[in-house]
Write a protein that binds this ligand. Sequence first.
Ligand SMILES: *[C@@H]1O[C@H](CO)[C@@H](O)[C@H](O)[C@H]1NC(C)=O
Ligand SMILES: *[C@@H]1O[C@H](CO)[C@@H](O)[C@H](O)[C@H]1NC(C)=O
Ligand SMILES: *[C@@H]1O[C@H](CO)[C@@H](O)[C@H](O)[C@H]1NC(C)=O
Length: 979
Amino acid sequence: MRLSFALIIPLIQGVVAINDPIFVAFEPSDASLDVSQPTIIVDDCDHPGVRIAADSLSKDFLAVTSTQPEVLIADNSTTDFSVEGGAVIIGSIDTSCLIQRMVDAGTLDVESIAGSWETFTTVIVDEPLPGVDRALVIVGSDKRGAIFGAYTLSEQIGVSPWYWWADTLPKRHEAIYALSSPTTHGPPSVKYRGIFLNDEYPGLTEWVRANFGPVYNVEFYKHLFELLLRLKANYLWPASWPGYPQPGNIFFTDDPENHRVADEYGIVVSTSHHEPMQRATNEWLSGGLGAWDWQNNKANITKFFEEGARRAHGKDSYYTVGMRGAGDSGLGGPNPAATLREVFSVQRQIIADVYGNETAVPQSWPLYKEVQALYEAGLEIPDDITLMFADDNFGQVRRFPTEEERERSGGIGLYYHLGYVGTPRAYKWLNTNSLGKVQQQFSASYEAGIDRIWVINVGDLKPMETPITLVMAMAWNASSVTYNNLPSWLEAFAAREFPEEHAEEIADLILRHGKLMGLRRHATTESTTYSLLNYNEAQTILDHWTALLDRALALEAKLSEEVRPSYYELVLHPIQASQTYFAIRITQSKNTQYGLERRSTTNSYAQDILDFFDVDYDVEERYHTMLDGKWNNILRQPHYGYIPGSYYTPYRNMLRQASSPSMGQMGVSVEGHAGVRTGNVNEGNDITHPSRGDLRPAFNTPTLTTYGRNSSWFDVWGRGIVDIEWSASPAVPWLSISPTSGALSKEAGWDERVTISVDWAQAPAGFNGSTIIRINTTVGSYEEVTVPVISTVVPASFEGFVEGDGVVAIEAAHFTASSGDDANVHYEEFPWLSRTLPDSGAVGLIPQTAVSSIPSGPHLEYKFYQVTAVSTVNVTLFFTTTLDTDPDVPRTFAFSLDGSEPQVTRFLSAPANPGDLPLGWTVAVQDLVWRRSKTFPSGRGEHTLRYWAGTGGVLLERIIIDMGGLRTSYLGPPESRRV
Ligand SMILES: *[C@@H]1O[C@H](CO)[C@@H](O)[C@H](O)[C@H]1NC(C)=O
Ligand SMILES: *[C@@H]1O[C@H](CO)[C@@H](O)[C@H](O)[C@H]1NC(C)=O
Ligand SMILES: *[C@@H]1O[C@H](CO)[C@@H](O)[C@H](O)[C@H]1NC(C)=O
């Protein structure tokens, strides 16, 4: 495997820029210009958006330096500016008369960016204008170039794009200097980039109603437009939640200023995948226009489209074209493709009528859900319409463009979900995105040629600050975040939002939050998801969350009061709310199992759950009440109590004697077994020894083996209200337990976990059998636990992974050899992608577009040693949930054992109909992993597993080889021992 070069994120002299060259400093340097109290000069013939950005910049200077610069609006006839000190001149090449004057006078050269898209340069110019000595000139190639220039200066002097939305504090500086060397920024990697406010009820809508309401008016949208521009985004699908409050959100009419002001700010307005022609579905629903049914209501729908086009004319727009059925569903009818062809031709005619010709305004066709199938089946559309591919609603991009599609003049777009409402299960409470996964999907999409539009579904917006920042940073500069510089990129992000001395720790907290979210989302985690009985899985997951929460709380204690709200919003709350969520689920699991066993601690776990529910409420209340209630309602999304089998989010969060003499007072449970006839009275059993006969298997621990599991546990617990003292002793000296005795009572606690371990140096060589631990009590009850033990020695020459108790688990990145790398194709680790704990990445081919031949292409080897004498093993490979994105080149892989012929296998099932999702998708998107298994002949001794990825985008996370000992769990066993 090769080393990759991480992009160096500039972090100099306290200036933080997460994806741009730096052009300011807080110390003077050679030929730098003091702009601590500049006069900001814009031009009245320039775009209004440039003047709006200049006003924001002036306020940002006030926040940073305590002095508000004057904004001087020059008109074309100003002949003497009479400016004292350094000036900041901002304008766009295409309309600013000031910039034109400087160009004409030969003081400014804009050749290098003229005609570029949304690009700007910064340069210090002497005597740029009459009465101005020296100025930092920020020149945009167009209006948004200039606007982004102004906001980038804001960012670099210390005002985060999120300052209003996430309450991050401006950095304070006495003095600000513009650096003398010119910088160029842009053009952006992705031409149109922005967000979709979606399913924005109850969180965002209730917050908007309380703070701006009753509707999403222009005061709300001004905050949003400004945020987008500060993030260097330019594109919006506005909020469109239907029904409540009636008739639902309509950007265009809720406040007639919305659309006009969007244009003034410089935002390109588009509409979601089911709202063509610059209209909101809610307009149709409230218009009394009949059914949304093209075949039976053409005239009304055509008129509806026409009105949308006439209304949008003159404002910067990106038209959504095509049509879906009523209520975000398929078109229906006997021939949807024919219907769509007709719809397209009517829409094109309307555009031609309103704009002069049918290509005069940019248009895109979102291939969302069933629409992709219509396209794959051969529906053709004009070349200038952007084909907008989509993900599967769960973060896997469904399709990359073919070579031919990449040539389209309309280019390729992407619609991607960070939150979702729909089947199999809605996830819309908190940010549940693994940043490694988001980075991988967007980098692969970009490499595949998706660069015209990126629009991300951000749900209620507020909880998604971090992934929004990530995607918009990549949209501006696709190489600014790579699969292996994520930690340093996050550190720069954290340094921008928080006091720099905490950036490293905060970045790691965010990264690890994303890593844990990458295991499974809240909404799909039930109490039974993580195994309580095997591999200590449930407790391990909870321990990770709790350790993370402890770190997050420890850091909070070091922060000043003013920093805490933003820290809570961006870092602590997502961790604390998640820790609480998983604590509830895992405690529920204990409560259920222990309840079945009739343990005395059952009720205390029930109480813990009630207490955690209080915590859940409290952490939400803290969010809603801090900063005088600024964020009241924003987290109103209920998140407990999904109905099994239904995707709908719940509408409310809900919850709240002596042992039978024959069972005695003491219960015992072992790791890995839920019990036989758990919790039932077992007639005929002896009060002193209830577990005889067919109940025995419930007292066998997992097998302890030399190279595998070296320890195991059993619990001793009270099943009544009688205080107990117990003691336990192993039958052999090389088995040790801890503790060896204890008390069970209300005061001492009703549960005690006893750890068992083997001293292998003392165990008889070659031992293969069972030994006993006997547990006695002062109240007559006793029990026996059986511990199977296998002592083995592998040959000294062997190097690789050794079977533990009937299973070998290997993290894919820990291959024992790799070969066949060539200059063009090789394996890389994507360190932040894999669903593994502790950290280990997924491995896949670089470049991500690679096609590699099997068996001659690069492959990985995993050596393992089988201890159990079985003649077959089952090998399961775990892969990141990517999809087939190229209809002509399906993703493939192969694996073989001990030199058997590798079978080139399609990674995913071929779609029955073009555009169908692959088999197993419903399970995979909840588990966040694809599993692929095969059985091979085998036997005791040394083996080599070989693995080939046939294409990029096949990302192997881990390998499990089952010799019959694999136990049920979510993530699988911990990695086997390597010798
Ligand atoms: C501004 O002045 C320049 C030079 O005199 C002229 O070419 C241009 O048309 C003027 N623009 C406006 C908007 O008046
Ligand atoms: C079209 O809209 C009008 C109201 O403008 C309505 O009366 C009529 O029923 C609609 N047509 C159909 C076919 O629904
Ligand atoms: C269509 O209209 C646009 C905008 O007015 C113009 O730039 C373009 O040249 C026109 N195209 C054709 C084919 O007439």
